[in-house]
Design a protein around this ligand. Sequence first.
Ligand SMILES: C[S@@+](CC[C@H](N)C(=O)[O-])C[C@H]1O[C@@H](n2cnc3c(N)ncnc32)[C@H](O)[C@@H]1O
Ligand SMILES: [Zn+2]
Length: 300
Amino acid sequence: MTERPICDYEGSRYSSEFWTQARTYEDAVERIALQALLPPRGRTLMEIGAGFGRLTELYAGYDTVVLMDYAHTQLAQAVERLGTAGTAEGRPRYIFVQANFYHLPFVAGSFDTVTMIRTLHHATDAPAVLHEVSEVLAPGGAFVLEFANKLNLKAIARRLLGRQSWSPFDRRPVEFVDLNFNFHPKWIWEQLDNVRLHRNAVRTVSHYRIGKLKRFLPHRLLVTMDGLAQPTGALWQLSPSVFVRACADDGKPAAPPAAFFRCPACGAPLGSPPQISFTCSCGRTWQKHGEIYDFRYPVE
Ligand SMILES: C[S@@+](CC[C@H](N)C(=O)[O-])C[C@H]1O[C@@H](n2cnc3c(N)ncnc32)[C@H](O)[C@@H]1O
Ligand SMILES: [Zn+2]
């Protein structure tokens, strides 16, 4: 497997230290955008880089929800928040999977919907991640992606005032802090096109992410104003966060009925939950530990 650098959240206090009172505005406006773009119902949905499951309640219309993340401790928090109840038919409602977004452990064509919120900005190789997403989507499946936009008004103003070394107009991703990238919308559109993900809706989000506005204007007013501004994303994108929905080809093959997981090392199909241990023809064994399927480290 090609190893690329990872922004490791293992042991981080992301839920309590990032999502504080100071970010209730961002949380609320992201929910509006996600709800507007997400197909409301389906069989299978996966969030890539789901963290502690902040947005999982928005996936209530799906039979099976896969929460996938690199960090075990983030998923452990998600297990604690969401519980392990199954569906009436005895299938697990939530499937927690520890894996790397460069090597998704699912057979091609598995998901009706894939979401990725506040996660692509940790990828040094975003095209490789988008290629994986395109593979695992079912025919006509939807991908809802949030990305950090380098072409935002604050970055443009800083550049014009000579306070920023990089240009927001340059289409290449900028790594503004180690393993944190901002992307140009046109570059993202190109990468989606390259993997045959067809963009069909865009929302700009967090237009009023300015400390003073958040402190002095009522929360509800700011959130409502952002919700009203979000559809302008179809015309131009100058906000710090952008949500886009893109769909996979209708004609691509669906996953074979019993297959779900695949070996992240060699790609061979491996079976599906509730099975808890999978020995691959390549010799590796992957196992569920507690509630979490571990596709990062094979059993020694
Ligand atoms: C900023 S958090 C976002 C969590 C969640 N989507 C949300 O919006 O609250 C980014 C998440 O991406 C995960 N992540 C980073 N690199 C990853 C990788 N290579 N594969 C899978 N997940 C990764 C981190 O562990 C972290 O939980
Ligand atoms: Zn294998």
